[in-house]
Design a protein around this ligand. Structure first.
Ligand code: NDP
Ligand code: 2IT
Length: 455
């Protein structure tokens, strides 16, 4: 029988469905958070009186603008770009920019909404936002990407600033794009300030920012395993994606003596029976980051690497799965296959890569499941450290940044345990990391909203 909390959740989500119709990704993200936090809200009259939930699901503002740019043949193109400024109650809006043909309002609202709670969990002073464009950097020359970034910054530049809104990278936005966007901002506004993170190391970037999301995700997963008395050594791991997050998750796994059996891209996956070596990984990093090639090329270059056209890593028997590519890449059925293959821990390097049905499958099977807003918070956490370094006009050593990253990931894990264990545990006494992350992130934001009045 449905409880009164279930009714409240259903009624609330039904309202959001009306105000945000045709936004399935956003509704998926809202549903998950509201399911976790509704009992806390129902238990707290002050949250109810202040209408905290209704205020949280509506972004502060949503900017949408045209970007007009010229290709190498002189043809003129038009793309749509956005910045969703979700909440600045804990600090300047903070979150990445995504360049991918699938970018739309729903995707960016889901990412901006998640970012609010993720950034809260880091304990740093960062609000939540996200932006991007349906521009596809694949197959474009460096000059085309530069012209697009410059045209985008012509409009975005007037809405951001080191104390206002600080974008960074995400899918399709890496060091090259951040460099072009920063250069355009600097010239347009005549200011060299920390307006973006993920900058080059020589001109305001932080050491370890590139590595932070992947390293942090493996750190979070290590804490989940250690909480059950287990560790990474010898574990068979599957990783999806082959971009920034996947590369550095794989790097950290290799350092911890785990065996990385796969990487992938949107066209297929590689299977490495004996585990990826450092030599393989360095070659793949160069392929993806400099030569901008496809993952199948790794199978042509090395004997021990097999390419599976159209394949995904989820059919490979493993102990640990780290989805690090994109949203909804693990369906309910694929989650079942992973459980059948013996998976014991899943940590989301990507944002919302596991469908809601898949999360339920893992939790019912007693699999440790670390949601993205906790497991991939290391990236934005080091972005926060980059902002701190920029504000102080100094630069910290790699050791200092990495130690702080590790401390933050340990604290996020502890917060998940605080709000997700004991009576809240899922099957077989496994902590409910989804509830833990959502409630832990929510309380700090909600209390700050109460303190700051109605806005
Ligand atoms: P990159 O652009 O560096 O890499 C993205 C990878 O995911 C590529 O291998 C890409 O393959 C694959 N991919 C993208 N879209 C799809 C799709 N629709 N289907 C299958 N594969 C796809 O991005 P990041 O590594 O930075 O981001 C990966 C994920 O991590 C995203 O969910 C992002 O939001 C999240 N994240 C990133 C952070 C960061 O600091 N960069 C921080 C926290 C989360 P292909 O080349 O074929 O497109
Ligand atoms: O999803 C994310 O947390 C990011 N893409 C990183 C955001 C940031 O501001 O570093």
């Amino acid at each position: 029988m449905a409880s009164s909390t279930d009714h409240e959740v259903a009624a609330f989500v039904a309202q959001v469905e009306i105000s945000s119709e045709h936004q399935p990704e956003f509704l998926q993200a809202v549903h998950e958070v509201v399911e976790s936090v509704m009992p806390v809200v129902l238990d707290n009259k002050t949250y109810q009186d202040a209408n905290i939930l209704e205020r949280l699901v509506e972004p502060d503002r949503l900017l949408r603008f045209r970007v007009t740019w010229e290709d190498d043949q002189g043809r003129v193109h038009v793309n749509r770009a956005y910045r969703v400024e979700f909440s600045n109650v804990l600090g300047p809006y903070k979150g990445g920019m995504r360049f991918h043909p699938t970018v739309n309002e729903s995707v960016l609202k889901f990412l901006g909404f998640e970012q609010v709670f993720k950034n809260s969990l880091t304990g740093l002073l960062m609000g939540g936002g996200k932006g991007g464009s349906d521009f596809d950097p694949k197959g474009k020359s460096d000059a085309e990407v530069r012209r697009f970034c410059e045209a985008l910054m012509l409009e975005l530049g007037r809405h951001i600033g080191p104390d206002t809104d600080v974008p960074a990278g995400d899918i399709g936005v890496g060091a090259r794009e951040v460099g072009y966007m920063f250069g355009a901002y600097r010239r347009l506004h005549n200011k060299h300030v920390g307006v973006l993170t993920g900058k080059g190391i020589g001109w305001g970037g932080s050491l370890i920012r590139t590595e932070a999301t992947g390293y942090g995700c493996v750190e979070f997963c290590r804490h989940m395993l250690e909480h059950t008395g287990d560790g990474f050594a010898g574990k068979k791991c599957v990783v999806s994606g082959s971009g920034n997050v996947a590369q550095h998750a794989a790097e950290k796994l290799i350092k911890l003596d785990a065996k990385v059996l796969s990487l992938s891209d949107s066209k297929g996956c590689i299977y490495v029976e004996d585990g990826l070596t450092t030599e393989h990984l360095e070659w793949i990093k160069d392929l993806k980051n400099n030569r901008r090639g496809r993952i199948h090329e790794a199978a042509d270059a090395f004997d021990g690497i097999e390419y599976r056209e159209g394949g995904e890593p989820w059919d490979i028997a493993c102990d640990v799965a780290l989805p690090c590519a994109t949203q909804n890449e693990v369906s309910e059925d694929e989650a079942r296959r992973l459980v059948k293959g013996g998976v014991r821990a899943v940590a989301e390097g990507a944002n919302m890569p596991v469908e809601a049905g898949g999360v339920a499958v893992f939790q019912q099977a007693g699999v440790l499941f670390g949601p993205g807003k906790a497991a991939n918070a290391g990236g934005v956490a080091v972005s926060g450290l980059e902002m701190a370094q920029n504000a102080g006009r100094l630069m910290w050593s790699a050791d200092k940044v990495e130690t702080q990253l590790e401390d933050i990931m340990r604290d996020i894990h502890a917060k998940c345990i605080e709000h997700g264990s004991g009576a809240h545990s899922t099957a077989k006494g496994v902590p409910d990391y989804v509830r833990g992350a959502n409630v832990g992130g929510f309380i700090r934001v909600a209390d700050a909203m109460l303190d700051q009045g109605l806005w």
